[in-house]
Design a protein around this ligand. Structure first.
Ligand code: DAK
Length: 260
């Protein structure tokens, strides 16, 4: 039976929370879930008040991977289309101008880890297990894992985990920079919210420019990346928030950013 709402969305004070909610299947990513996520992202992209997007999984896992049942009998052509669908949705998430924060608990495996890697910040609960176990199923990652993992943790670390398919503990994920924070499971949501609230107070256009500079610059030669940074830095000076930020600093008060 089809899940009614494979992804939930709530929005409060500029902070959107997207919740994967195929709990019984450990939030395995099937076509319907990917399409639902994509639709929510489209809705969010049109909201001027949006400041931060938080992504979490309901139940025992962030997400235990792409849905193996749905993939089992795909033809090569269908499998390519499925990989493209996941890649497009994850790229849609990655290209949101607002910061995105993955709150990871339980398992982030295969497509689940690939989804987390398409977010800007990854915070995990102690006890979470991570991995790209696709090779143990006779396939390779299809939602960006071979591309984003080496960019995040370096070629050596990426190949170590991609080739073995072994799972990493949270502390190992922290040590290689796959996540930036490991917290007690009971604290994950509160710590995530606190960070999201902090980000929501900052100048949205500055945050969007940081994302753009990092995204476009990471694949570019240094010279080109530096030029891009200078151009985006210059553009900040066309915003009201730049004046507000610097005026507030000099007046020794807290800035109030308007997003303009
Ligand atoms: N897909 C479908 N169902 C899954 C699932 C998954 N990835 N992971 C878990 N489930 C389901 C289980 O089948 C079980 O269903 P029922 O038997 O209750 O109906 C339910 O969730 C609970 O799971 P378990 O009973 O297994 O729970 P345990 O606590 O015992 O074990 C586990 C948890 C996470 C260790 C285990 O479920 C597990 O090993 N899951 C599979 C992990 C995995 O291999 N993940 C990677 C999936 S492959 C591509 C596109 C994409 C990809 C590759 C290529 N192209 C199109 C080329 C990406 C691939 C993947 O992500």
């Amino acid at each position: 039976m089809a899940d009614e709402n494979p992804v939930g969305l709530s929005l409060e004070q500029g902070i959107a929370i997207l919740t994967l909610q195929r709990e019984k299947q450990l939030n395995a990513l099937n076509r319907e879930l990917l399409l639902s996520l994509s639709q929510h992202l489209e809705t969010l992209a049109a909201l001027p008040e949006l400041r931060v997007v938080v992504l979490q999984g309901a139940g025992r896992a962030f997400a235990a991977g792409a849905d193996i049942g749905q993939m089992q009998n795909l033809s090569a052509v269908e499998a390519t289309a499925f990989a493209k669908l996941g890649q497009q949705v994850f790229r849609q998430l990655e290209l949101l101008p607002q910061p995105t924060l993955a709150l990871i608990q339980g398992y982030a495996l295969g497509g689940g880890l690939e989804l987390a890697m398409a977010c800007d910040i990854r915070m995990a609960a102690e006890g979470t297990r991570f991995g790209q176990p696709e090779v143990s199923l006779g396939v390779i990652p299809g939602f960006g894992g071979t591309q984003r993992l080496p960019r995040l943790v370096g070629r050596g670390n990426a190949l170590r985990w991609l080739l073995s398919g072994e799972l990493l503990e949270a502390q190992q994920a922290l040590a290689i920079g796959l996540v930036t924070d490991v917290v007690a499971p009971a604290e994950l949501l509160d710590r995530g919210r606190a960070l999201a609230e902090k980000l929501a107070q900052l100048a949205p256009q500055a945050l969007a420019s940081v994302k753009r500079a990092v995204d476009l610059g990471s694949g570019a030669p240094l010279e080109q990346g530096l030029n891009l940074e200078a151009a985006l830095f210059g553009l900040c000076f066309a915003t009201v928030d730049q004046q507000e930020g610097m005026t507030a600093f000099l007046a020794k008060r807290k800035p109030v950013f308007s997003g303009k």
